[in-house]
Design a protein around this ligand. Structure first.
Ligand code: GFB
Length: 316
């Protein structure tokens, strides 16, 4: 692992790609709290990251000092499994365009965000960074995982060939403010918040949970993820792959029970076996980032309560 002592100054021009999304908006909050005032932010209406010429123009004109790639086509198990072409195409385009244009414009430092689904489906647990490309992927999200693996390899290859300092961070399942609460395309945690809230409002006696409830998942509050991203930027780390998580996981059944407790819905959990379980387990080994001194701060119940407050405040 290589580090440099060169710090990113508070005056640095920082481009946060995807700043309206859940992760990008959390990075912006964290940067502003940290005193970074020179943020370059563009909505999709102003800059389409799948348009190579537009991305090249943006970088040539704005010349950022640091780039966070938080823009991506994302979704839960069903969206990944059905919108397979979109997940592969859009993610490949976004990361290729941004990484290549960043290099052409002389941007030396960049953080690429991926996902824990890049690792083989049946990995030893907890998953260490070196398990990448050691086995077959989970089929429900293979296109997304392939795109994210390509992003990691772009960073690694530009570093090796051109001497750039591009780093990759692989978060576990994220949740928090600005999440997607649409039941068809969301991840499990926001879906359960919506389902429990609506079941309570209707006076239902049960809540439907997809799959068997047995898969294990690790959940990280998105502000902790943003903190890890800024930590990596400030640390001067200049290459490599870093898992970001809490280091512990829960079953989907346990998660549903905790969400129901937080929302205040007392009903029976019913499992819908027609929906896929996906990966049985994907607990990240977070030792590499831990050795540098970073760890997650928000507990799961506390984070769910914060996310539920965001849901009630209109993020739905
Ligand atoms: O969060 P999730 O959609 O994605 O589903 P993955 C996690 C688990 O929760 C699966 C179950 O076993 C689902 O079957 N689940 C139970 C539900 N009820 C629900 C529900 O109402 N909605 C949803 N969505 N799930 C995604 C990947 O995998 O995780 C992406 O597809 C990405 O590529 C992301 O890596 C972080 O954890 O299975």
């Amino acid at each position: 692992m290589t580090t440099t002592s060169e710090a990113v100054t508070r005056a640095a021009r920082i481009f946060v790609a995807g700043h309206r999304g859940m992760v990008g908006s959390a990075i912006v909050r964290r940067l502003r709290r940290g005193g970074y005032g020179n943020l370059l932010l563009r909505g999709r209406d102003e800059l389409d990251l799948t348009d190579q010429a537009a991305v090249e123009r943006f970088f040539a004109t704005e010349r950022p000092d640091y780039v966070f790639i938080a823009a991506a086509k994302v979704g839960g198990i069903q969206a990944n499994n059905t919108l397979r072409a979109e997940f592969l195409y859009q993610n490949l385009m976004i990361e290729s365009n941004v990484i290549h244009a960043a290099w052409r414009a002389g941007v030396e430092r960049l953080l690429f965000l991926g996902s824990s689904c890049i690792y083989p489906r049946d990995c030893p647990q907890p998953i260490r960074e070196e398990y990448l490309l050691t086995g077959p992927l989970e089929p429900t999200n293979e296109p997304y995982a392939i795109a994210k693996i390509a992003g990691i390899k772009l960073c690694e290859s530009y570093n090796r060939q051109y001497g750039t300092r591009y780093v990759s961070a692989m978060p576990t399942n994220l949740y928090g403010p600005n999440d997607n609460y649409d039941l068809a395309s969301s991840h499990v945690l926001p879906a359960l918040i919506r389902k429990a809230h609506e079941a309570k409002a209707r006076g239902d006696s049960e809540l439907v949970v997809w799959g068997s409830g047995r898969p294990l998942r690790e959940f990280l509050y998105v502000d902790d993820m943003a903190d890890a991203c800024v930590f990596l930027m400030e640390s001067g780390i200049s290459e490599g792959l870093f898992n970001v998580g809490t280091g512990s996981d829960v079953s989907i059944r346990e998660l549903a029970q905790t969400v129901m407790d937080v929302v205040g819905f007392q009903g029976r959990i019913v499992f819908d076996a027609s929906k896929p379980d996906g990966t049985p387990r994907k607990l990240l080994d977070v030792g590499r980032l831990g050795e540098l001194g970073w760890r997650a701060a928000t507990g799961l119940r506390e984070g769910i309560a914060l996310a539920y407050r965001d849901f009630l405040n209109g993020s739905r």
